[in-house]
Design a protein. Sequence first.
Length: 349
Amino acid sequence: METRKLGRTGLDVSLVCLGTMTFGEQNTEAEGHAQMDRARDAGINFLDAAELYPIPPKRETQGRTEEIIGTWLKARGNRAETIVATKAVGRTVMDWFRDGDARGDLSRGQLREALEKSLKRLQTEYIDLYQLHWPDRGVSQFGANPVLFKQPDPAEEIAIEETLDALNDFVREGKVRHIGLSNESSWGVMRYLGAAEASGGPRVASIQNGYSLVNRTFEVNLAEVAIREDVGLLAYSPLGQGYLTGKYRDGALPEGSRKKLFDRLQRYETPGAAAAIDAYLDLAGEIGWSPAELALKFVATRPFVTSVIIGATSLEQLEQDLSAFDRSWTDEIEARVDAIHLVRSNPCP
């Protein structure tokens, strides 16, 4: 398994990161353990979680994903060789993360509570990469049209400096090794980097944003930031929540699929999405690859990507995903992908 540097941290993370948001909802503890065992055997040393998980977020299940990872780490005794990433929620109306049913934000007190609870569930003394799941401020994200900028209201925002100062405390205490952002903008990344430089606080090591054949918005501004500032992308939803595997083509609705269970895939059902997805599915067939192989290998070959986050609900799916990284990307495939993108750009931001 290829490894890449995580920002300027000195850590080498596997090109593939195992996403775990199904653990505790679609997957049992035993199934989660089996996936992590297989990932380890494949050379994957990088696990990504969140206090929010499993998905869909619910009061009744919140935190189960981290608990399953925690029991695996304890049972296998491999904490030192495993790079564990998790995330704290940003500003949200969801009120089941904090004591007293407080709504989530990125204030010092809330981050402290979030960290301590994650450490307990993960059964560990430290987190390798602690990420802010989304900004405290209002920004367009999670499938919103990226040109629709929300007018900021500073009165409803926790200052980036306060958030960074809290994270700095965690790093000094040894409870967090490195920090990262998620669902962030280029402005946000640069503000965190600037604040760290000014204060001597921890430097952002990575950014975890959605990126796929049907969502290349990262390339517009963030790609330059990622390369010039060594803040690599941890790409989530590289398969478009399953749409880029072809499983939902022509209205198919497989039993046990996320769309069938939860109907939360509207980000990939926007005007123009079906035509773009079909074009990539057709291309995969023409070159003799599976659609998943095309989608995953595309993301893995981007120079600003540090790791590709893959998730599965079965070992069979996990094996299919892993096969993509043995494929060889060519200039011809690149040109054909770009030809589709020029006509059907970013229908699923």
